[in-house]
Each structure stands twice: as C-alpha cells, then as structure tokens.
Design a protein around this ligand. Structure first.
Ligand SMILES: [Zn+2]
Length: 582
C-alpha cells in the first residue's frame, strides 16, 4: 500500500517547486523532473510523492526531500528543513538542537498534516493505492503462464531475425520473446490466469479496473515485443517492452528521441505494482568469466552470438542489482567480470560512472574486473558482435581491376598473370580485356606488343607515396571521458571546441601508403580509414580508425589535418606538438 509521510508540513513537490526543477511528466505517484545534478534536460529524475523520495535514473543519485534541497544548496538537512519551512511560510519553528531524525519522527512538527492537506499543497497530486509485490515464485509463475498464452507476431519475428538483431528462429523460441496482446484481451487473459491458480495481485503489470476486476496493463500505446528479465535464479522477475513506436512526451525537446524500451508495469494503476529494474542473467551459473552489459535485448543478442555468460540491467547506471549478483557469482566460483558497457563510457560521465561501479563491485566481492573495449565504430557489444557476424558478407562484391589494385599497392605487378588466367579460363564471361585489367586501350596495347616490363614502368609513373599519421584520443591520463569520443564533428563543436584539442590526443601511428597520383585527399583518407578499420596491421598500437580521430597527410610541401567524421572527413587545424607521442 502507499506509504505517506505525515511528519512534514510540506511534500517533495513543494521542494521541487522551490528549487525550480522542470517537471517533464507526471505519473500517478511520481513525476519526472530534470535532474539538477547531472544537468540533463530529459526528465530522468523520478520524484515519488508517495515516499517523498527521489532518484535520478541517469546519474544514479538519490535521497529524501531534505537531502535534495540540502545537496543543491550545499547545506545540512537540518538547515534545509528550516529554510524550506521559511520559504513556504508554513510558520513552523525549527530548533537547531534537534536532529533531522527527530524532525522525521514528528516531534518538532506537532501540526503534521493529513494526506488530504498534502494533496491540497501539491495541487492535482493524489496517491493511488498499490499492491505489495508478490513473491518471486508467484511473479514467475504468473508471468511465465501469461507469456505462454501469447504469440509472436510476424512483424516482430521478422524484426528479431533482421540484420539489426541477428537472432535465429531457435533463439527466438528459446529466449521466449512474445508480442504484447491487444487491449481487448487483457481481461480474459487475466481471468484465465486466475482460473489456473495464479496470483495476479502484486505481479508487475496487473491491476484492478474501475469495476473491481483484475486485469493487465497492455494497450496500443505500449505495444511491442516483450523481453523477459530472467534472474540468476532462473525465474522471470519482469519484462521490458521494445515499443513499436517510441514514446514521446508532449513537452519533450524536439531533438529528444522517444523512449524505445519501457518496463511492463502497472505502477500508475489502482492496486498495481511497479516492476523495479530486475536484471537479466544468461548462461552458466558457475562460469569462470561473466560479461556485464546494459540493455536486456542487447544481452540476449550478445549471448546468442558469443555463447558467453552475460548479465545485464536496463541502464548503464542501474548497477545496484549487481551487488547481490556478484556476491552469488563469487560464491559459485566466478573469477573474472568483464565490463562491456556501451562505448559511450569514453564520452559520457554517467556511463563511465556506471562502468566504474561495476569495477568496484567486482573488487568488493573478490573478483577481477576487466574493461572490454572494441572497435569504436560500434556502440554496443551487440552492434560489434553483429558486425563480426555480417562483416564478411557486407564487403562489396564488385571486384577491383588489376590496375587499381596495383596502383594502391594492394597487389604485385606479377598478379597481372592471375587476372589473365581468369580472363582466359573456359567459363569466363568477361568480354573486354582492358576493362577487366583496368588499363587504357593504349596501355593494353603496350602490354601486348612491348611486354610486361614496359607496362610496369608506365604504371609506376602513375603511383605516388602518401605519408600520414593517425592521432587518437588519449585515455591514459587523468581524463576518463571526453564528451565527443568516437562521435562526429558536430558533437565536438557541441562540446565547446572549434578545433580538435591536440592536448587530448596521442599519435598512434606514422606510415605511408602507395596510391595513384591522381587520388585526391578524400579518397586517400577513405583508404586509410578502411585499412585501419577492422583488420588491423600487426603491431599497430591504436584502436580502429573511428570518428573523433585526426588523420594527418604530409609531404615536403606541408601538412594537413582531417577530423574523422561519422561520414567523411573535415579539414581542421591541429597542433601535433601538443599531442602525446607513442
Ligand atoms: Zn542525474
């Protein structure tokens, strides 16, 4: 049931108002406001007026209403109490000798208000009674029977099997993904569950409708794919919905993408229950090594592709649940935790904070922790694994001619005979020799009449050497995150730079490539990017070339610098002497 604090002459929404926090959206027992601590404008801080408590889902900060005021004004909770009372002119007197604990018990505020009075202060707020959560076994039984009754729509199946998700029919079956049912089935599904002996009260998603009947919270608005959260105990503790249509709030900033995932929950319904943020565990309970990532579907996909033991929470900062999990893993013999959060951990302080919490929790339970870093062109562990799965097939089938390959230094001159062999093979359907070799008619003529030495001489005249250097952001020093790491030029500008800050870079490579004389900078840069993209040359100490890197092209005439953008390159100014050397 809702717990209402009667001990204060004000509620947390009064504090929110006093602090001018922007309310983004209201729910039944809580509101989402902009977090003053991470300066995020997406309304990630949940302010619960049933509990007078707050928590930011983005930076993970949390506390009671006095702490909210105290932290923002850099004061104690006792002073916070007095100042709030003053500001609200409630006429309460505060005795400095009394601790905030006694304030909480109500001894100084004899005139505590009833919940009705509280509703008055907070305007339209009212408390919706909630059910106490059922036991994990009850939740599991009800949800697994519910999922058994549901099917997976064809459009969802196609999505899960697409290249974006890469799951097979068997994996979809095994993981138990289902489509949310239409609204009109909610009542009858619930009735069937009750008839089968399931508890529905206290199970996330279930609530009591206006007529006093139990039902379940599915609607067109929240339709999508159900992704079960199966814990280390093998029980379903809840589910996320991958929404068909991202959910936008009407006062969201226009550039804010809507929420793609929500928890299957009934926390804003009469006698409903919140889902909490249960974690997902996939694999072997006594695995030596366990991977940690964020996002349930991401974990399923990574598990399907890597066949490793993986645990995930819904968000990077949702790490509290890992404490219990790590304790359990350590007891079962796990030695190594591999933190595989999104590559955002190099750009975003909050993701970085979540990642270091994982590290500390692993250490706390006596396990080693390593950070997994991959090709930064891919954001999540699943994106990276999918690129490994599909990478080969994605390479263009179009074949390069002999001349092009030779001028780019990708084959020896002698390879011309390999091309000729293919041209002459009985099942070849190549009509035009010079087009196949990439030679001009004149060059073909030279080759046929004067032989290969003469052709080689002519081609080598069309070749030049291009010297270049690769600079990448440096995370060796104190800097743990750089706001535009692996992001495009505009993100760098947004982070307050007009040119890449050379002091944050280090030189990771210096070399040259052979290229056609006529090749322009952009073509050369593309070639460098693709050569240092996936399969890296042996001994190359850097990461694959990715956005936020700086490439230098140089010769006796001078140097030019290019920022690697998400698409293409941007000419920039750069001071190489500020960058660290290898
Ligand atoms: Zn925050």
């Amino acid at each position: 049931m809702a717990s209402i604090s009667h001990d204060f002459p004000f509620g947390i929404m009064d504090v929110v108002q006093l602090l001018h926090l922007k309310v983004r959206r209201r729910q039944v027992n809580s509101a989402y406001v902009d977090c003053p601590f991470c300066n995020d404008y997406r309304g990630k801080m949940n302010v619960n007026y049933a509990k007078d408590a707050w928590r930011c889902n983005y930076c993970g900060e949390s506390g009671g209403m006095l702490a909210l005021y105290a932290r923002m004004n850099n004061t104690t909770t006792s002073d916070a109490y007095r100042e709030i009372c003053d500001a609200l002119q409630t006429g309460e007197y505060y005795d400095p000798g009394v601790s905030s604990e006694t304030i909480r018990s109500g001894s100084t505020c004899g005139s505590s208000r009833s919940s009705g009075a509280k509703n008055e202060t907070a305007g339209e707020l009212s408390i919706v009674p909630q059910s106490e959560k059922a036991t994990p076994q009850q939740v599991h039984q009800t949800l697994s029977l519910l999922f058994d009754m549901l099917s997976l729509r064809q459009v969802h199946r196609t999505h899960l099997k697409s290249r974006k998700r890469g799951l097979s029919e068997e994996q979809i079956q095994m993981y138990g993904f289902k489509s949310t049912p239409p609204y009109f089935l909610c009542r009858s599904l619930t009735e069937r569950l009750i008839k089968q002996g399931c508890t529905v009260q206290g199970v996330p998603g279930f609530y009591m409708d206006k007529n006093g009947n139990w039902t379940v919270n599915f609607s067109d608005y929240t339709s999508g794919i159900l992704i079960p959260a199966v814990g280390i105990d093998g029980l379903i503790h809840g589910a996320q919905i991958l929404l068909d249509k991202p959910m936008k709030n009407k006062d969201d900033p226009p550039d804010k993408p809507g929420a793609k995932y929500i928890w299957f929950s009934s926390s804003n319904k009469h006698m409903g229950t919140g889902s909490g943020s249960p974690l997902l565990f996939l694999g072997d309970l006594s695995a030596n090594t366990v991977y940690i990532t964020e996002g349930l579907l991401k974990a399923y996909i990574s598990h399907a592709l890597m066949h490793r033991t993986i645990a995930a929470t819904a968000g990077a900062n949702n790490t509290a649940a890992f404490d219990e999990l790590f304790k359990c893993l350590a007891q079962n013999g796990t030695k190594l935790i591999i933190e595989a959060q999104d590559m955002d951990k190099y750009a975003n302080d909050n993701t970085a904070k979540g990642a270091s919490k994982i590290y500390l929790l692993a250490r706390k339970h006596g396990m080693e922790c390593r950070r997994l870093t991959w090709n930064p062109n891919f954001k999540g562990l699943d994106d990276w694994q999918l690129s490994l799965k599909y990478g080969e097939e994605e390479k263009p089938k179009q074949r390069t001619s002999f001349k092009e390959a030779f001028l780019w230094g990708e084959c020896s001159f002698e390879s011309v005979y390999r091309y000729l062999e293919e041209y002459n093979s009985p099942d070849s359907d190549i009509a035009d020799l010079h087009a196949f070799l990439g030679l001009t008619e004149e060059e073909t003529e030279v080759f046929c009449t004067q032989g290969d030495t003469e052709l080689q001489k002519r081609l080598m005249c069309q070749q030049r050497k291009q010297y270049f250097r690769i600079y990448q952001l440096n995370f060796d020093g104190k800097q743990k995150t750089i706001p535009f790491a692996y992001k495009g030029f505009q993100d760098m500008v947004k982070a307050g730079y007009s040119q890449p800050p050379a002091g944050s870079y280090r030189k990771v490579y210096e070399g040259s490539i052979v290229c056609p004389c006529i090749a322009i900078n952009d073509t050369v840069l593309r070639k460098i990017r693709s050569r240092f993209g996936t399969e890296l040359p042996e001994g190359y100490p850097g990461k694959p070339v990715a956005p936020s890197d700086v490439l230098e092209l140089y010769d006796e005439q001078g140097r030019s610098y290019f920022y690697v953008d998400t698409e293409g390159f941007k000419r920039v100014r750069f001071s190489p002497f500020l960058a660290k050397s290898l």
